[in-house]
Ligand binder design. Structure first.
Ligand SMILES: [Zn+2]
Length: 408
């Protein structure tokens, strides 16, 4: 059984993780920024060193393609993730998947394996969506979910225009987005959650990805004196909002399903200690891997709001901010991941991805699945993000085995 070169993989993860540090040592490689360019240059250098054909499309997605000798016309097997980061990021999110993809290809090349189809690794532009929206942009464009002209015109949080920034850093490529039609898509990623660590399982075979429903809710009541207004005569937007939080939390907790519900932001007007709130504006984040259940949760929330409006004497309006249906990954690939883990004597668990990933976009155009490895403490998007070296190497070896099977 061949294995990846652990030191080469781990060394590259650290080397890329050192790129884009600010004066306080924080890792920041926002999409199409100067530090993103430095990270991209390093990656492209490694792709070329490995003898891969480098292709860059119009929205800056980078592909390293191992064509192989006798497979002209075959659809490539694609391994991907991203190398852009959030602000004050850890070094593993995204980068691990891209560098493991490269490592797998180099290992296969060195082993004398003759791939019946090309194998390619991709780094998708702006997965994180910190500087430009939407997130998972590069893979969404590749999958045909949004036009590249639209996203090239995206204006960043700093007023920059994505298309101009990509040209400035030298990554406005000439390939048409979507030019590479994958036979299948694989993504290796840190879990970014606590489940694998808590259960002591080194490999996650990700079978689906949660659907997401984001709403902004505005409750209008009447501002009045906190001392003189009897409890029975109030239209208290704050109290109504609190009841929504409790409703969502209690319902999700009691449901015995994977449903999760979060109110992460809230603002009161006039926001004073001695005034009954006239308005509460807050967001709801609902997630579930099952579309019908997600719809049922949305309906339950709507019914709760209607009841509250009557009971509390307030008016309520709802705005949908984002809505993604759950993604079901390819069962055949999920089974290959499980089989590979068992062959290597590693524990494996089928699981749901709680976060969004490029794989959810690629699943629109090709059979796709993900492999997870544990995240210490479930921490991610944070400099304390950590996965043990042995776990990183184990995940890359599973990727190697699954790629070998799928390339056949
Ligand atoms: Zn990621």
């Amino acid at each position: 059984m061949i294995t990846v070169d652990a030191q080469r993989l781990l060394g590259r993860i650290r080397e890329l993780g050192a790129i884009g540090r600010d004066s306080e040592g924080r890792l920041i490689r926002l999409a199409a920024s100067d530090t993103d360019r430095l990270g991209r240059d390093l990656l492209v250098g490694w792709l070329r060193q490995a003898g891969l054909d480098v292709a860059i499309d119009r929205i800056g997605n980078i592909f390293g393609i191992w064509q192989g000798p006798n497979n002209a016309g075959q659809a490539p097997l694609l391994i991907g993730s991203h190398i852009d980061t959030v602000i004050d990021a850890g070094i593993y999110d995204g980068c691990y998947g891209v560098l493991a993809g490269l490592e797998v290809i180099e290992t296969l090349k060195a082993s004398g394996f003759s791939p019946p189809r090309p194998v390619a690794v991709a780094a998708f532009t702006n997965e994180e969506g910190v500087r430009y929206t939407p997130d998972m942009m590069g893979s969404l464009v590749h999958a045909g979910g949004i036009g590249f002209e639209t996203v090239l015109a995206a204006v960043g949080t700093d007023g920059s225009v994505l298309g101009q920034e990509l040209a400035r850093i030298g990554y406005a490529g000439d390939k048409e987005p979507g030019f590479l039609k994958p036979h299948a898509y694989l993504e290796l990623h840190i879990e970014q959650g606590p489940v694998l660590e808590r259960e002591g399982v080194p490999i996650g075979a990700v079978e689906n990805l949660q659907g997401i429903s984001w709403q902004r809710i505005t409750i209008d009541g009447v501002a009045n004196h906190a001392g003189t207004t009897p409890m029975s005569m109030r239209s208290d937007a704050g109290h109504a909002a609190a009841r929504v939080i409790t409703f969502l939390h209690d319902r999700a907790k009691a449901s015995n399903t994977p449903t999760v519900a979060t109110v992460g932001t809230m603002r009161f007007e006039p926001n004073a200690i001695n005034v009954i709130p006239s308005q509460a504006v807050f967001t709801v984040d609902l997630r579930d891997p099952d579309e019908q259940r997600l719809q049922a949760e949305e309906a339950a929330l709507a019914a709760c709001l209607e009841q509250l409006a009557a009971a509390e004497g307030v008016t309520i309006s709802v705005e949908v901010l984002a809505r993604f249906e759950p993604v079901i990954f390819d069962i055949r690939i999920v089974e290959l991941i499980e089989a590979a883990a068992k062959t290597r004597g590693l524990g494996v668990k089928r699981m749901t991805s709680g976060a969004g990933h490029d794989a959810q976009m690629m699943a629109r155009i090709a059979p796709a699945a993900m492999i997870f490895v544990p995240s210490a403490g479930g921490i991610s998007h944070n400099p304390r993000e950590h996965t043990e070296d042995a776990e990183l190497v184990a995940g890359a070896n599973i990727l190697l085995d699954v790629v070998t099977e799928l390339a056949k």
